[in-house]
Ligand binder design. Structure first.
Ligand SMILES: NC(=O)C1=CN([C@@H]2O[C@H](COP(=O)(O)OP(=O)(O)OC[C@H]3O[C@@H](n4cnc5c(N)ncnc54)[C@H](OP(=O)(O)O)[C@@H]3O)[C@@H](O)[C@H]2O)C=CC1
Ligand SMILES: O=C(O)CCC(=O)C(=O)O
Ligand SMILES: [Mg+2]
Length: 410
């Protein structure tokens, strides 16, 4: 079975029987989690295909390991591998607060134009949760991944660039400049949100709702305050629903609906302001289904929703460009540095990110086995510290042991 790259032909992924998949271990707890997860992935493929398919893993470097070995945080070879091999997976990478390097995680998404950050949030029976009915939360977040304040256009107060920007801005827009409350010491950030960027994200979310028989797509924004960025997102989102999917306004709008071309059922496209959404995910989670939102809102909502169904230890994700086929799957959580090298944390988020990757590749049998194995390990109450501390009668296992338990229950 020759190891071969995954390719894209006529808008469809071509997946060989032995695809070469690049992976980044990650910083902090990343190496522990990766080791536990790889065991699960290989076991799922072996069990599903009996040796007829296998993954050819290719380690690529980023973050601290890359810096220590090459002096570069994100080497060109790593970017070339993700570019040419199309689909990969990664552990979390550290981003310092304040100064230092900008996020490598965000850089990968931007350089490869992975415009959708797809984060499904579902409840697994038996997982301890802080809410009364966690099973009511069943949402799929489509977070815009390339725009918003994450574009990284910032000016640090006191630098020559910041002074230059303030001068240009104050001269060109004196009325708006007057609104800056403390101009002399202000750092400045810019928030670009475009029609194209919004349209491709919302299009992907609506298509997902059609393909997966979902009831609604909710545009989450703060358009009452940021009218031409967050408000633009809402308006352009509705425009996509109407122009591309034939949605018609309900009761005079702006909510609208169309019949799914696949199931014939109605899919409602609606919107909600982000602060209200963050309280309603606790008070009325069943009202929400597919979520389409901007980059920063999506970051906050991802962690909040993960908490509702049992925490960030089982919150997977994928960064995807549905047009080019490029995708990098990764957990929602970060490096959890205080637990690094203790073989302690929950590898569930990366395991489920791999499950998403297998489904993306069309290897549904392997993906289904991962879900079966995870459900089995949780039902047997063999769980890592994050679940064990909240579960009665659970057996505390290490990160690596949880991976083995998932493999055993497939
Ligand atoms: N995509 C990426 O690579 C991301 C990277 N980051 C980066 O990670 C670093 C650390 O960020 P931080 O804000 O501490 O957020 P983290 O998500 O790394 O950790 C916050 C807390 O979440 C819990 N947690 C995280 N991962 C797990 C896991 N696998 N199993 C169980 N519990 C877990 C722990 O809670 P408890 O203390 O209760 O046990 C942990 O202390 C930063 O540099 C940040 O920029 C952040 C998010 C995403
Ligand atoms: O890149 C980072 O360090 C943080 C990213 C993040 O929080 C996320 O993608 O959810
Ligand atoms: Mg985040």
């Amino acid at each position: 079975m020759p190891a071969q790259p995954i390719t894209m032909h006529n808008g469809r992924l071509q997946v060989p029987d032995a695809p070469i998949i690049p992976f980044i271990e990650g910083d902090g707890t990343g190496p522990d989690i990766w080791r536990a997860s790889q065991v699960v992935f290989d076991a799922a493929v072996e069990k599903a295909y009996g040796g007829k398919k296998k993954i050819e893993w290719k380690e690529v470097l980023a973050g601290e390991k890359a810096f220590n070995q090459t002096g570069n945080w994100l080497p060109d070879e790593t970017l070339d591998a993700f570019r040419s091999l199309l689909v990969g997976i990664k552990g979390p990478l550290t981003t310092p607060v304040g100064g230092g390097i900008r996020s490598l995680n965000v850089a990968l998404r931007q350089i490869l134009d992975l415009y959708v950050c797809l984060r499904p949030v579902q409840y697994f029976t038996g997982v301890p949760s802080p809410v009364k009915q966690p099973e009511l939360t069943d949402m799929v977040i489509f977070r815009e991944n390339t725009e918003d304040i994450y574009a990284g256009i910032e000016f640090e107060n006191g630098t020559a660039d910041c002074d230059k920007f303030k001068k240009l801005f104050s001269e060109a827009f004196p009325d708006r400049w007057k609104k800056v409350r403390f101009p002399a010491s202000a750092g400045i950030g810019i928030k670009p949100v475009s029609q194209e960027g919004t349209a491709r994200l919302v299009r992907a979310a609506i298509q997902y709702a059609i393909d997966n028989d979902r009831r609604s797509v909710t545009l989450v924004h703060k358009g009452n305050i940021m009218k031409f960025t967050e408000g633009g997102f809402r308006d352009w989102g509705y425009e996509v629903a109407k122009k591309e999917f034939g949605a018609a306004e309900l009761d005079g709008g702006p909510w609208c609906a169309f019949k799914s071309p696949k199931s014939g059922k109605e899919i409602v496209v609606k919107d909600v302001i982000a602060d209200a959404m963050l309280q309603q995910i606790l008070t009325r989670p069943a009202d929400y289904d597919v979520i389409a939102t901007l980059n920063l809102n999506g970051d906050y909502i991802s962690d909040a929703l993960a908490a509702c169904v049992g925490g960030i230890g089982i919150a997977p994700g994928g960064n995807i460009n549905y047009v080019s086929g490029h995708a990098i799957f990764e957990a929602t959580h970060g490096t959890a540095p205080k637990y690094a090298n203790q073989d302690k944390v929950n590898p569930g988020s990366v395991i489920l990110s791999g499950e998403m990757m297998f489904r993306y590749l069309g290897w549904t049998e392997a993906a289904d086995l991962i879900i079966k194995g995870l459900n089995g390990a949780i039902a047997a109450k063999t769980v890592t510290y994050d679940f064990e501390r909240l579960m009665d009668g659970a057996k505390l296992v290490k990160c690596s042991e949880f991976g083995q338990a998932v493999a055993k229950h497939m």
